[in-house]
Write a protein that binds this ligand. Structure first.
Ligand code: HEC
Ligand code: HEC
Ligand code: HEC
Ligand code: HEC
Ligand code: HEC
Ligand code: HEC
Ligand code: HEC
Ligand code: HEC
Ligand code: HEC
Ligand code: HEC
Length: 295
């Protein structure tokens, strides 16, 4: 699972405290304003796992050599440990992240460098919390709130009448996105939009006897993955959806109306499901005579 690539010691030089965590706890214990103790309920605090920070320098594996901080605070003087995490930290994100990546440069995070989140200078701690029993971003429902803090348009999208079942946590952002991995466009889990969709909608992959070109090319030509006012997740309603690419002329393209138009252009089948009343196999057809996606 864990492949530690200790390329270089990510921590600044300095002196460690004498007693490890016991040097820190007098001031960071339960009930205090800067309580650090919930970390003891997490995997980072395991002393059995040789790769975990608590098998090494404990708190200072992450926060760096802390003796100066301890002494300063004991004397009532200002002073922080060498590494403080978070978006408001005096340490630049790259410096903070080097600490985490020292142990976590594996799986998707091999693609962290150059990803949209790395390029925007996000610290790991913009999304992750390590001083809580369960990091919210690892929970399906709570994760979305973390993402919405910065991607507020997506909060509005998933509340639209047609959406993926994200609202109650039966799905979440990381089903489609890997926030660490910039190898694929839009931080997608799979190399393309379609391959991402096929992981759950395998039947749409075909192979079809009669393909519909846009479906094989890119599902998002017709669907909005995050939510839409037009069910099911459509960019717009038929017939307009279809007429972006197909000419209206010479074919039923208007519902019955009082306008003076050629008879062949009006058709009651254009009410309701519009083109889909006749062309029902919009993703492709396996019927021997399904060339026009009727069956
Ligand atoms: C004598 C009390 C004392 C001891 C011992 C102590 N700290 Fe602190 N620590 C503080 C105080 C007070 C602050 C707040 C300082 C400030 O905001 O200027 C602080 C701040 C911090 C912060 C920054 C919090 C933030 O995000 O604003 C970290 C991280 C930290 N301490 C870690 C440690 C570690 C690790 C140790 C042990 C090596 C340790 N502390 C030992 C009193 C102490
Ligand atoms: C000294 C090595 C080390 C450092 C430094 C470290 N971790 Fe970990 N981390 C581990 C180990 C070991 C585990 C548990 C085994 C695993 O998940 O692979 C773990 C697990 C995790 C998990 C999964 C937790 C879970 O409950 O499944 C997250 C998230 C995480 N670390 C984030 C971070 C972040 C963010 C940082 C930097 C602030 C960081 N880690 C620093 C070693 C480290
Ligand atoms: C934009 C938000 C975000 C940022 C920034 C972020 N992560 Fe994550 N991280 C997540 C989410 C979401 C998951 C859960 C993924 C899942 O369930 O597949 C996760 C899972 C993890 C895990 C546990 C699961 C695993 O894949 O092993 C580790 C470890 C981890 N992240 C480390 C890091 C490190 C190190 C950084 C900084 C280089 C970082 N993360 C930056 C959102 C983020
Ligand atoms: C795996 C790396 C890691 C270890 C080990 C670790 N911390 Fe932290 N610490 C962080 C990160 C990341 C934050 C930023 C806030 C968060 O993620 O919860 C933080 C935040 C803090 C804060 C500020 C808390 C606040 O409420 O703002 C203090 C104080 C602190 N740590 C002290 C400690 C002490 C004391 C220990 C040992 C008992 C320790 N840390 C062990 C990574 C670590
Ligand atoms: C602290 C703010 C912040 C958080 C939290 C955050 N993001 Fe981002 N995200 C950004 C920024 C900044 C960008 C780059 C600019 C942009 O595209 O808006 C970005 C870009 C993206 C992109 C587009 C990538 C591209 O190539 O265009 C995706 C997808 C994304 N984030 C998903 C997520 C997910 C999923 C989460 C929650 C796990 C999340 N983000 C949490 C700030 C954040
Ligand atoms: C069903 C798969 C799926 C889910 C779930 C999903 N996304 Fe996306 N997301 C995509 C695809 C596909 C794209 C590529 C552009 C497009 O088609 O809109 C994308 C693009 C993005 C972008 C960049 C482009 C844009 O539209 O701004 C951001 C940011 C983003 N998603 C954030 C999120 C967040 C936050 C969540 C969770 C609330 C989430 N996504 C859930 C599939 C998904
Ligand atoms: C992680 C699994 C997963 C992925 C990946 C996924 N979907 Fe879905 N999709 C679902 C689930 C679950 C439903 C809801 C099914 C239901 O309600 O019966 C759904 C429903 C839909 C619906 C019908 C919505 C409705 O209102 O009936 C459409 C359209 C759709 N997905 C398109 C896509 C597209 C396009 C992609 C790729 C960008 C995608 N899906 C990726 C799981 C997924
Ligand atoms: C040319 C436009 C178009 C493209 C491209 C497209 N779809 Fe659709 N999709 C539709 C329409 C229209 C419906 C509604 C069908 C209906 O009401 O009978 C639909 C319905 C769906 C549904 C829900 C009903 C069902 O048939 O299961 C899913 C899931 C779905 N599409 C997934 C996908 C996936 C995955 C892709 C990419 C491989 C894709 N679609 C590409 C137009 C499109
Ligand atoms: C993004 C563009 C696009 C959209 C949107 C689109 N199509 Fe198509 N459609 C195509 C292309 C390209 C072909 C292949 C044309 C060819 O091979 O000459 C095609 C082929 C067809 C065919 C078969 C034609 C033939 O001669 O074999 C039918 C029927 C069809 N589309 C119906 C629809 C319907 C109904 C909709 C709306 C639900 C729709 N299309 C939406 C691009 C689109
Ligand atoms: C009343 C049923 C019906 C409706 C409604 C309908 N079509 Fe057709 N469509 C057909 C039939 C039948 C054919 C086969 C005609 C042929 O083979 O000459 C066809 C053929 C096509 C073709 C193949 C190329 C061509 O012109 O021969 C396309 C593209 C197409 N329809 C698109 C659409 C679009 C877009 C809509 C909605 C605006 C639509 N159709 C509505 C019955 C319908």
């Amino acid at each position: 699972m864990l492949l530690a690539l200790h390329i270089a010691d990510p921590l600044p030089a300095g002196q460690y405290s004498e007693l490890g965590a016991d040097s820190c706890l007098p001031c960071h214990a339960a009930g205090m304003p800067l309580d650090a103790t919930p970390i003891f309920m997490t995997r980072h605090a395991s002393r059995l796992d040789p790769a975990a920070p608590f098998s090494d320098k404990q708190c200072e594996t992450c926060h760096g050599p802390g003796r100066d901080h301890v002494y300063a605070q004991q004397r009532g003087e200002p002073g922080l440990p060498p590494v403080v995490f978070g978006v408001d930290s005096p340490n630049p994100p790259a410096e903070q992240n080097q600490v985490c990546l020292g142990c976590h440069q594996t799986h998707g995070r091999l693609g962290w460098d150059g990803s949209a989140h790395q390029a925007s200078d996000l610290p790991c701690a913009a999304c992750h919390q390590v001083h809580v029993e369960r990091d919210p971003v690892l929970d399906h429902e709570a994760q979305q709130q973390v993402c919405f803090d910065c991607h507020s348009q997506k909060r509005a999208d998933v509340l639209k009448p047609s959406s993926h079942p994200l609202r109650f946590g039966s799905m979440t952002c990381s089903d489609c996105h890997d926030p660490h991995n910039g190898e694929h466009d839009f931080l997608l889990q799979q190399p393309t939009v379609n391959e991402t969709c096929y992981t759950c909608h395998a039947e749409k992959q075909g192979p079809y006897l009669w393909e519909h070109a846009p479906a094989a090319e890119d599902c998002s030509l017709c669907h909005r993955p995050h939510g839409s006012n037009h069910a099911p997740l459509l960019t717009r309603r038929a017939p307009l959806l279809c007429q972006q690419c197909h000419a209206a002329a010479g074919h039923p393209s208007l519902a019955l109306s009082s306008e003076a138009v050629e008879d062949s252009a009006r058709n009651r089948f254009l009410l309701g499901r519009a083109c889909l009343n006749c062309h029902s196999q919009v993703h492709g057809s396996n019927h021997p005579s399904g060339t026009t996606l009727h069956r």
